[in-house]
Design a protein around this ligand. Sequence first.
Ligand code: ATP
Ligand code: MN
Length: 479
Amino acid sequence: MKRTEIKKLLERTDFGSLVNVKGWVRTKRGSKNVAFIALNDGSTIKNVQVVVDRNEDNTELLEQVNTGASLSVDGTLLESAGSGQKVEVHATNIELLGKADPNEYPLQPKKHSLEFLREKAHLRFRTNTFSAVARIRHSMIFAIHKFFTEEGFFNIHTPIITASDAEGAGEMFQVSTLDLNDIPKTEDGAVDFKQDFFGKAANLTVSGQLEAELGALALSKVYTFGPTFRAENSNTTRHLAEFWMIEPEVAFCDIYEDMDLAEDMLKYVIQYALDHCMDDLEFLSKRLQDEEKNKKADERSMELIEKLKFVLDKPFERITYTEAINILRNSKPNKKKKFQFPIDGWGADLQSEHERYLVEKHFKKPVILTDYPRDIKAFYMKQNDDGKTVRAMDVLFPQIGEIIGGSQREDDYDKLQQRMIEMDIPQESMWWYLETRKFGSVPHAGFGLGFERLILFLTGMGNIRDVIAFPRTPLNCEF
Ligand code: ATP
Ligand code: MN
């Protein structure tokens, strides 16, 4: 018999039909005469209840039906008498596909800590929390492609291996086929990359932006959605060494239109989640409330679905970095020395505690900060006439802080070159980037959205290690 996915099965009303379901046992309970098996196949957060009449023939089999075991069940679709579920399957035949020894299977039907589950990442997809996150991740990937397609963008693939450092931050993983135990050296003792695979030093990309710009300067509107790699040794709840980034790049576009695009896109995908992921969001909302029930009322986060709607309701606040510094300097936590990094002057980069203060306490809505000091931003950002700031824009979100970083790009050849010299960006390896400013240069802008930060926000999960299936962080490359 053809398998029916549980998501589809739960919507059926043709009671009396014979059906087949397959899945993994979540729980088994029951009495002497009857067993109730909660079966889940990942197609939905919901389980289907399988009812089995115990008899001499199935006693041995039912003993092996433990949490984690996989089953194929033939049975009759019935209207459920119990509350909560509309349908159940009255089993006529059960096949044990794979057993799971209860003395060894690590996921027992009780609450496991997220830390414990990180060590069981090969199995954590089978929990409600991680399957919900995985389904929402999928929906967001789809929504992002849908949004950009509807807006007339073209998706381009930018290289994963690159010889340039887009951010100039030097936090790159090296890519090499040289024998690490016998590295060829030049006469002056440096590594001889001429003998390496590409004949020069190469890295994993930290951003697809530079190449996306090349696409935008021909196709007008492009975006990339690819993996990016940063060897930053920051063990925070918001940083991964390998993460996914969405990077639109638009020609004939200034920083204001760039901000509109960022706001429209975020609102579109959040609305999509509300329209398509409600079962999972409701589950995650309860999970979060449960987790925070011991916190003081003012330390609890806003209810998840309310929080998503809250972001949709109002226009994002748009202020300059300079205005933000003034607000922060005069803020209560700054005066009372509550910030870990006190704000005393103009020019320093903002920490996530500052970003969150602006969003959660001061404006009580997402904030877009613009016109940052040029010395804390990348070389490619368009310089303002004041000689001090650049046309950067960061979108700050509750709970997360920075979710998007973007800018209008410097389209003036001389200014770009000057900035590269000042910031020690090697022009030889970036000749192709400079050349686009020589031939038909146009104002253009774009941004990078960290996909996992978006998923953190949407799921209410607290640690970025829990919104990607197999996180890569310092000293952690298991699975
Ligand atoms: P942060 O200050 O939080 O480290 P950034 O300024 O380094 O961020 P950008 O270089 O502007 O970030 O990258 C664009 C977006 O990519 C960020 O807004 C964020 O959403 C995401 N991002 C950056 N670094 C990471 C990381 N290590 N792990 C996950 N997401 C990241
Ligand atoms: Mn960073």
